[in-house]
Design a binder for this molecule. Structure first.
Ligand SMILES: [Zn+2]
Length: 217
């Protein structure tokens, strides 16, 4: 299972509409990492959007708990206020974390015009790859919104692993790999239930239905 983070603490840039609920406090973050580190389960950790807090709070917290993560910056926000700088992305890599792509400018990857697809899936990846001087072959889908064409394009372009935000535990190497995003309202009990794969029948059915709908859209 994979737990996905966005922002920690106080944002240092203007947030997009609806984005605030994905920011958690430093106290929440530390408590969540403690639960993950102590769970004994195999838990992946990812960060979307490339916020400055990935570097200022995210990575130091991971180091305290002996954890590593995959970071998915937005190529178009590199070196802008409130987001990661190129040097910070390289530092994250050198600290043992992995770097993937979240696209260029945080747009939906559904029904992309060819020029948008080129910028989001090709140019963004190239910019990040040039930044770290290594191939980038993992992608996190913005807003967790995708359809069959999105998945087909990512496959055609040779992405090795693609992550959604569909939630839930998984086995094997699903395409896309589901992640569970913590929100400002997420409690330690919520996270414990997720880590115990015990989210309850109705949330589970809703999630399965939603994933099936997105896959076959
Ligand atoms: Zn995002």
């Amino acid at each position: 299972m994979i737990v996905n983070f966005h922002g920690i603490g106080t944002p240092a840039r203007d947030l997009e509409p609806g984005e605030g609920k994905y920011w958690i406090s430093e106290g929440q973050y530390d408590a969540f990492l403690g639960l993950i580190a102590g769970s004994g389960a195999e838990v992946g950790i990812t960060f979307d959007d490339g916020n400055l807090s990935d570097y200022a709070l995210g990575a130091p917290g991971l180091a305290r708990h002996g954890l590593t993560a995959v970071f998915f910056p937005l190529a178009g926000r590199l070196d802008t206020q409130g987001s990661l700088s190129s040097g910070q992305v390289r530092e994250l890599l050198s600290e043992g974390h992995r770097i993937g792509t979240h696209g260029y400018s945080h747009r939906s990857w559904i029904a992309m015009a060819p020029s948008v697809l080129e910028e989001e899936l090709v140019l963004a990846r190239r910019k990040l790859s040039d930044t770290i001087d290594q191939p980038v072959d993992e992608a996190a889908i913005p807003f967790g919104r995708y359809d069959r064409a999105t998945l087909a394009a990512l496959k055609r372009l040779g992405y090795r692993r693609v992550y959604s935000s569909d939630g839930g535990a998984f086995a094997g190497d699903p395409h896309p790999v589901p992640r569970w995003s913590v929100q400002s309202g997420t409690t330690e009990a919520d996270l414990e239930a997720f880590l115990n794969d015990d989210e309850g029948l109705y949330p589970r059915l809703r999630r399965i239905a939603s994933r099936a709908k997105k896959t076959w859209l």
